[in-house]
Write a protein that binds this ligand. Structure first.
Ligand SMILES: Cc1ncc(COP(=O)(O)O)c(C=O)c1O
Length: 403
């Protein structure tokens, strides 16, 4: 998919899809079996192996994956779940499906990931779970999060929508916690158009999620139209229509085999960006912790606003004028009307999230970017930043203006 608007030569995202994907999907069409079936099972098995997880359940989206995990831990109305305010609405919206309350947590201003110390302050007698989000694909501090979860009896569901492939202290994301939810949305590092996966080490939860993704029908309900299946089926719960399809699985299997190569290509771009941007005083490249390997789904550059006479929004507009697409991840959820109205959040509640939001820009980073395109982005960003530097007062160092 190319996210293109008028005048944009380097879109924010362009999917890496080719003849192999086309052939794989064509094969499924010719097979006559389009919905969840043998290809989905194969994709689940290969995905589980790739992230070293005992169980993987393919679903229609990461949102569905998060919802099914919350259902599997038996969340009840009125329960609370900790989530960072810097995330996409899906992470928090799913708990409202179950009558639960999203409790927002501030982020580490360096990594933009959930701050475990702030999370601890927000635990109450109703807190049941924590959803760390690996923002941009850099894993959260999972050892601190697991220690907190153990001490305070919280279930851990990782939102790894951005984090394929990623690793924390040498272990792949997907194998670290009780649950991990992945996204295969059109712009993600592995795409099936729409789609998601939930990995788990909990066999009972895996069985329940397999049942709940298809109307609460027993585990192998999808087989009822196959030669080996039976017309008879039993409904055990009021489930959901969250199943995957073999068309998506065919795409996913090809993408999974390309996943490492696509990661290497993004990492190469990230290295080039960081080398160029760290030399510019007005720019702050992403801060990467040594014990983690990020997926580089996003490259979140931060503007050193104290030194620049340009706002983040103006910077994005100027990039667009130079033909470069950019985005922002994310507008903190506590600034959104829905969460303010329903849960009483207010501007100023999460100072780190807000101060980083106003300086963040996500730049294009995807395997189909050419070396020239990467160079064009580097030239545009560095020249705009250098041009926008505030003059230092004579005889003094530049000082930060008051807000
Ligand atoms: C952090 C995060 N979590 C969850 C999601 C939801 O993913 P999906 O679109 O597959 O439901 C997204 C989607 O962009 C996301 O960025």
């Amino acid at each position: 998919m190319t996210l293109k608007t008028a005048g944009i030569q380097i879109p924010f995202h362009r999917a890496d899809l080719g003849e192999e994907e086309i052939a794989a999907v064509t094969e499924v069409i010719r097979s006559g079996w389009l919905t969840m079936g043998p290809k989905t099972i194969q994709f689940e098995e290969e995905f589980a192996r790739y992230v070293n997880a005992p169980h993987a359940v393919a679903v229609s989206s990461c949102t569905a994956a998060l919802h099914l995990a919350l259902d599997a831990i038996g969340l009840r109305p009125g329960d609370e779940v900790l989530v960072p305010t810097t995330t996409f609405t899906a992470t928090a919206e799913v708990m409202t499906y179950l009558g639960c309350r999203p409790v927002f947590v501030d982020v580490d201003p360096e990594t933009l990931n959930i701050d475990p110390r702030d999370a601890e302050q927000r635990i109450t007698s109703r807190t049941r779970a924590i959803i760390p989000v690996h923002l941009a694909g850099q894993p959260c501090d999972m050892s601190e999060i697991h220690a907190l979860a153990e001490q305070r009896n919280l279930r851990v569901i990782e939102d790894a929508a951005h984090a394929l492939p990623a690793a924390y202290r040498g272990k792949p994301v997907g194998s670290l916690s009780e649950f991990t939810a992945f996204s295969f949305y059109a712009t993600k590092t592995l795409t099936t158009g729409e789609g998601g996966m939930i990995t788990t080490e909990n066999a009972t939860a895996a069985d329940r999620m397999r049942m709940m993704r298809l109307h609460g029908i027993e585990r192998d309900g999808w087989k009822r139209y196959t030669a080996e299946g039976s017309w008879h089926y039993a409904i055990h719960e009021a489930g959901y229509k969250y199943n995957f399809t073999d068309l998506q699985a065919a795409l996913g299997l090809v993408q999974l085999r390309k996943c490492d190569a696509m990661w290497q290509a993004r990492r190469h771009i990230a290295e080039r960006y960081t080398r160029a941007f760290q030399a510019a005083e007005g720019l702050q490249p992403p801060i990467v912790r040594k014990d983690r390997q990020g997926s580089w789904h996003l490259y979140v550059l931060r503007l050193n606003l104290e030194k620049l006479a340009i706002s983040r929004n103006q910077f994005i507009d100027q990039l667009a004028q130079r033909g470069i697409g950019a985005s922002v991840h994310f507008i903190p959820l506590h600034l959104q009307p829905y969460y303010q109205r329903e849960f009483g959040y207010r501007p100023g509640d999460f100072p780190n999230a807000e101060s980083q939001y106003v300086r963040s820009i996500s730049l294009p980073i995807y395997p189909t970017m050419s070396e020239e395109e990467v160079e064009q982005v580097i030239d545009a960003v560095t020249s705009m930043a250098n041009h926008a530097m505030r003059p230092s007062p004579v005889g003094q160092h530049a000082t930060a203006p008051t807000a």
